[in-house]
Write a new protein. Structure first.
Length: 255
């Protein structure tokens, strides 16, 4: 158990006057939070908003935090807050067991990571709006939030993607926002440019990394899901995989 702690979110909330609220107060994780983790087996975006509302008592000038507040946080903010909760509960070291995806290996590998490396303190404040120049012209967009993920949940992938981008793009080359149909009609190269602009401007921890298999040397790409990681370590989701491992076929020719 731990006391309240202060963390600075990578992006935070912005009020109607454009003021940024990024200092969050994390409550101790209690039995109530553990029960909530048990009740939300899917740990979808809505469940994560509820969990964070239970774990955060204040964000800047916002008090009495509700799921609406935490749903307005960016994906990066949400992952960062969860990783800091995990760090306060279990310490900085994170031990993983992953299985090599090389079909001729399939050996388990023990990895020791540090939360401080995966989710370092933000180096600078993330802007409310990302501005970038792409082939079509200037683009203004924002980072996806929990509310965006809640809105697209359950939709077919192509439909969810178009809906998400229609919510994120504020202005494309001076023509205003983009509809779902408009996003689908864009040239693939333009969609690629917009996606790269978001990737370059996105804040928050990068929970995807590579590591060599100690048995065969093949490179493994490992992606952590912060909410499932916390749930697993609380003993609630012991049968869930919290690390999805892919093999990067550098120099390999597997069929």
């Amino acid at each position: 158990m731990f006391g309240e702690s202060l963390v600075t979110l990578p992006r935070g909330l912005f009020d109607h006057d454009g003021r940024r609220h990024a200092t969050a107060v994390l409550r101790p994780v209690t039995g109530r939070l553990e029960i909530q983790l048990a009740e939300h087996e899917d740990l979808d975006a809505s469940a994560v908003s509820e969990l964070l509302a239970s774990a955060i008592s204040r964000i800047g000038g916002y008090r009495d935090i509700t799921p609406e507040h935490t749903a307005a946080l960016s994906r990066g903010d949400r992952d960062y807050a969860i990783m800091q909760l995990r760090r306060s509960l279990f310490g900085d070291n994170l031990d993983l067991v992953v299985t090599c995806a090389n079909p001729s290996c399939r050996e388990d590998a023990d990895l020791r990571l540090r939360v401080a490396d995966l989710a370092p303190a933000p180096a600078s404040a993330a802007p409310e709006v990302i501005r970038a120049d792409i082939s079509l012209g200037p683009v203004l967009l924002r980072e996806p939030t929990g509310a965006d993920d809640e809105a697209v949940a359950g939709r077919p992938q192509a439909e969810a993607s178009a809906m998400l981008w229609s919510r994120l793009i504020l202005d494309l080359a001076g023509t205003g926002s983009v509809t779902e149909r408009g996003w689908k009609a864009l040239d693939a190269s333009v969609r690629h440019d917009v996606a790269l602009a978001l990737a370059d401007g996105q804040s928050g921890p990068s929970l995807a990394f590579t590591a060599p298999c100690p048995s065969c040397g093949a490179w493994m790409e490992i992606e952590l899901d912060a909410p499932l990681l916390l749930a697993a370590e609380l003993g609630v989701a012991t049968e869930r995989l919290f690390a999805e491992v892919h093999l990067l076929a550098y120099g390999y020719h597997w069929s």
